[in-house]
Design a protein around this ligand. Sequence first.
Ligand code: TRP
Length: 453
Amino acid sequence: MSDPIPSRDSFGSKFGVIAAAAGSAVGLGNIWRFPYVAGENGGGAFLLTYIIFIALIGVSVMLAEFIIGRKAQRNALGSFKKLSPGTPWYLVGLMGIVAAFVILAFYSAVAGWTLEYTANSITNSFQGKSPDQIDNMFDTFIAHPWRPLMWQGLFLIATAWIVWAGVKRGIERYAKILMPLLFILIIALAIRSVTLDGAMKGITFLFKPDFSKLSGGSILEALGQAFFSLSIGMGALITYGSYINKKENLSSSAIQVTITDAIVAILAGVAIFPAVFALGGNPGSGPGLVFETLPKIFMAMPGGYFFAILFFVLLAVAALTSSISVLEVVVAYVSEELNIKRHKATVLSTIAIAIPGVIAVMSWGATSEWTLFGMHTFDFLDWISANVLLPLGGLLIVIYTGWMLKTKEVKEELSSQGKYKVILFPVFNFIIKFLAPVAIAIVFLNSIGVLNL
Ligand code: TRP
């Protein structure tokens, strides 16, 4: 068969695949988004629902994406076009590209905040401040006319620079060293946090389910957070899947990435909530939660000055390894489908994404009056990506894999042409054909009030 796209880039090794996919999954979603969304949705019951969704649906959606991408050897949109030519399925890929714009717009804003906080740590700006003053520092910063914008711009340039260079020699190499370091640091923070006086309340909040706090909306939030955190539902992992060598074992990669991701989120919760209750703060305080809580932990620990710098640097790195996977979706599409050279595609895509990005980052300043469904731009993009675009994308991806691809083809891809045994295939098949589509549909319809469970 003639292949119109010569020599695509690919991952170098099994560890490279895991590092890149885990690099995509582990990011601000785990450390910034998970604690604040869990805090707003009652804690324990939310955590439990989130874990159930990850185990029951998340892993399978991730695998479905890998299967589509590796089978097609194309970008998110091109994969559907190649596997099902002449059908509207490419629209799923198109929706993913729209989702990439939406996500990167607010994600780059938060990533910019981590850079400001790195700078604050270096200049020792948290020192001697009261908890209230630390909270105020954050509120003042996000409303500043140009600082958030400057950091966002810097972060987008860094993202573009890596995508420009190609993934293999850039981020894959650094992610292998820096991600484990981040992991160790979070464990250190979690330990400091749980040993604070009054920490128990936070642990109880996180681990003791109180189902009266769980509304239909919270269940959708848990599903959305599971999708966001695993980087699934928009074709980022279709795109990465297309770079995975035909010999790699997709199932074991998906399971390892999923477990890593869930552990980091839980550790972030263990680091945040005890401190919120012990050092003053409100678990439901929204997107500022970690930026207000972490500096308080750092000030309460020996060597906090250095830990703060290290932590915010690593958080920025975690954000970077995630944001490149979002930008890669757009760049792979633009270069393969629109036949624009990769370098030019990177520049054009980044500039295009910066437009909604600027609107989002100024949500507490210049664009604070712009609202949609009662939310300002930032909150709206954050909400609609996780709670609408990703679950809808995930729903269509599992339906596609379960019902449009032949069972035999799916099994062949999963087993790498018979190289691996896929013992749990009937389970996976049942999940993608029935369980995941039905569960996602119910959560959706319930939250918009069509169903009333
Ligand atoms: N999963 C990343 C995080 O938790 C964010 C992310 C990267 C993402 N790529 C994605 C989310 C693709 C959805 C889709 O920070």
